[in-house]
Design a protein around this ligand. Structure first.
Ligand code: ACO
Length: 211
């Protein structure tokens, strides 16, 4: 069962779900061994939840949270503000991931590229480890499209870090605007920045253009 909007009294359950799934298993988090619980990541998640654009998946019988897509909208200048905020973090692993994401997004500058003043962002996609491969992730994205349209956003983007999220994006009509191979193209001082375990190979920024 997909629920939108997510009532505030379920935010704690979303965080609990993400702590034991997304925090440990999303490829970049896994590569740096991000701590879970995580003060900084949870603060950004709560900010995103308060935008009221996210959807959760519940198990029908128990009402347990088994998945979520956390969505938000960004406007020009948001990345710069986020980078300034990131400077204050003491969590080096969190900083490593987010400085890479912000830098890469700043470089491709989707606002100029598509001539838009707001972008709908799929920030976190997570499904309970025991229920993966049943199409829950895909359904969360299909359902998100209604919200993107209602918000009048023409550009819907995601940073997709692993092959399953990349496959879901492709089957939902997203196109790749940037692909970086982890071993050879995400490099710092001649070494891969993240040691990403297989089967994941590349980082992608994907975009769906809505008419
Ligand atoms: N083995 C093989 N294929 C798989 C597997 C698996 N374990 N899991 C999913 N797939 C394939 C499916 O076959 C499907 O491909 P198809 O469309 O060609 O048939 C595709 O991946 C999508 O499958 P869904 O069942 O819709 O996805 P699921 O509900 O399993 O959720 C998700 C995918 C969210 C990526 C899940 O694996 C997860 O939570 N991973 C950990 C967190 C993570 O990495 N999140 C994404 C990071 S990027 C971001 O958040 C924006």
């Amino acid at each position: 069962r997909l629920i939108y909007p997510i009532p505030q009294n379920r935010y704690g359950d979303i965080i609990t779900h993400l702590r034991s799934n997304f925090f440990l298993e999303e490829p970049l988090n896994k590569a740096v061994e991000l701590s879970s619980p995580n003060v900084d990541l949870e603060a950004t998640i709560l900010d995103t939840l308060h935008e009221n654009l996210s959807i959760m998946a519940l198990k029908s019988d128990t009402e347990q949270v088994v998945g979520a897509v956390l969505n938000g909208i960004i406007v020009p200048g948001d990345i710069l503000k986020a980078q300034e905020k990131l400077e204050k973090s003491n969590d080096e692993k969190f900083k490593k991931i987010f400085s890479f994401l912000y830098k890469t997004n700043e470089k491709i500058d989707l606002f100029t590229r598509y001539n838009v003043d707001k972008i709908f962002e799929g920030r976190i996609l997570s499904v309970d480890a025991s229920l993966r491969g049943y199409g829950i992730g895909k359904r969360l994205l299909v359902q998100s499209e209604e919200i993107v349209r209602r918000e009048n956003c023409k550009i819907w983007k995601m940073d997709v870090t692993g092959i399953y999220s990349q496959r879901i994006a492709e089957s939902n009509g997203f196109e790749t605007v940037l692909e970086l191979q982890y071993e050879t193209e995400v490099i710092e001082n001649g070494q891969p920045l993240f040691n990403i375990p297989p089967p994941h190979k590349s980082f992608k920024i994907v975009v769906k253009y809505l008419n």
